[in-house]
Design a protein around this ligand. Structure first.
Ligand SMILES: Cc1ncc(COP(=O)(O)O)c(C=O)c1O
Length: 409
């Protein structure tokens, strides 16, 4: 049956990871995968997570099935963490949620559900966007359209272009936004822009879909959720996905949330819940519980919650310090070049202003691996790697002539 599959290609992201794995250079630098690393290059496990795990084991919990909707107690806690406990959507009972095996599965399931109930709806994604997101929507059968988001030349948000493109959405289209720490650019919306987007969405009758994968990595646990909270309060309907992978460092335990926010007085929460349950069951049957149980244990135990918040604050402080360091080393190695965008942007990622060919050249010459479009995981670096990256960037600019390299869009 699979005889003809011999030349099945790698997608761009997987292809980079294959090249990285095959590179035998002792000091190769992995700035591709989206994990937080400490100074020794390890992906640390939070103490709050370790303690929560011990408490759970001590309780000798069941390993029987939950339902396809997963761990509902986890859902309640994460809804409050993201929307705020007093949010009108929660007090109005306007939310239907499931716990999923991470936000990746939540995104794929949401796409399946939307396409199933509204086959004519297109999804609008930013340019650029985390590549796997396009894949999730396309595989579900949805048409994918793009809106201007990041101005690579100015290394800033293209707010005007974004709003202009969003006015072309049609009623029932879905608008994908990143709640904070935009992947891959690190460039977030201002609160004014969240408001302007809410107005366009209401005007055209589109449905916003906010993906929150890095709460606490940008400006603060509460600050990073302010945009999504305001949007949820301003629109009748919304989709929400949340990843616990990064904020709790439980990447491989697979815990995420998929929520559907319903219009006031829609009266069909039961039917929506059943549709969601059946969509999830048809995709993967049941959710894993280990990661969700850990996150729930932390969020429902005041001392663990306080410990987790302090640990997440330390992660964010390190990322902010790494951003300042990278800006400085790049500017030092590239006199006259303004790397201020690296400090202005938030979370794990920023994109270097180099072309795809230059990114591949950097890979070959310096063994530095990034995802397209030259997405650097600042949160995975140490000081020495920061210096190597700055030198590599200077070398690339020297190869092509400073003016031209800086103008690459
Ligand atoms: C924006 C965004 N959404 C979702 C995900 C998927 O997260 P999870 O590990 O929870 O599936 C990622 C992971 O990198 C991401 O960057």
């Amino acid at each position: 049956m699979l005889r003809d599959l011999s030349d099945y290609p790698n997608d761009t992201i997987e292809a980079m990871f294959v090249r990285l794995a095959n590179d035998t250079h002792a000091d190769k630098i992995d700035l591709g995968i989206g994990v937080f690393r400490d100074d020794s290059g390890n992906v640390p496990v939070m103490q709050a997570v370790r303690r929560a795990e011990r408490r759970l084991i001590g309780r000798d919990r069941s390993k029987s099935y939950l339902s396809p909707l997963g761990n509902i107690d986890y859902c309640r806690r994460v809804e409050s963490l993201v929307l705020g406990a007093d949010h009108p959507v929660l007090s109005g009972g306007r939310i239907v949620s499931a716990q999923t095996p991470g936000a990746g599965a939540a995104l794929r399931a949401a796409a399946e559900l939307v396409h199933g109930v509204s086959p004519g709806s297109a999804v609008w994604v930013s340019t650029p966007v985390w590549g796997h997101q396009i894949e999730f929507f396309e595989q579900a059968g949805m048409a994918v359209r793009t809106y201007r988001y990041y101005d690579r030349r100015g290394r800033n948000l293209d707010a005007e272009g974004m709003l202009e493109d969003l006015r072309s959405m049609r009623a029932g289209d879905v608008l994908l936004l990143h709640g904070c720490c935009h992947n891959p650019t690190g460039q977030d919306l201002s609160l004014d822009l969240w408001q302007a987007v809410a107005e366009v969405v209401v005007e055209v009758g589109a449905i916003p879909f906010v993906d929150v994968a890095y709460q606490g990595f940008g400006q603060g646990i509460e600050e990073d959720a302010e945009g999504v909270q305001r949007l949820a309060a301003s629109v009748p309907e919304m989709l929400l996905t949340v990843s616990s992978s990064k904020s709790f460092g439980v990447y491989r335990d697979r815990a995420g949330l998929l929520s559907i926010i319903l219009p006031p007085d829609s009266g069909n929460a039961g039917a929506v819940r059943r549709k969601l349950r059946d969509t999830l069951r048809q995709l993967y049957f049941m959710a894993p519980d280990h990661g969700a149980a850990i996150v729930h244990e932390i969020l429902s135990t005041p001392e663990l919650d306080a410990l987790w918040r302090a640990e997440l604050d330390a992660v964010r402080d390190r990322i902010i310090a790494l951003r300042a360091e990278l800006r400085m080393t790049i500017e030092r190695a590239n006199p006259g070049f303004d790397a201020g965008f690296i400090e202005r942007q938030h979370g794990m990622f920023s994109c270097l202003p180099i072309s795809h060919e230059e990114q591949l050249l950097m890979e070959r010459q310096f063994h530095i691996y990034m995802l397209p479009p030259a997405r650097v995981n600042v949160a995975a670096m140490n000081r020495e790697q920061s210096r190597t990256l700055a030198e590599a960037f200077a070398w690339i600019r020297a190869q092509r002539g400073t003016a031209r390299a800086d103008a690459v869009a």
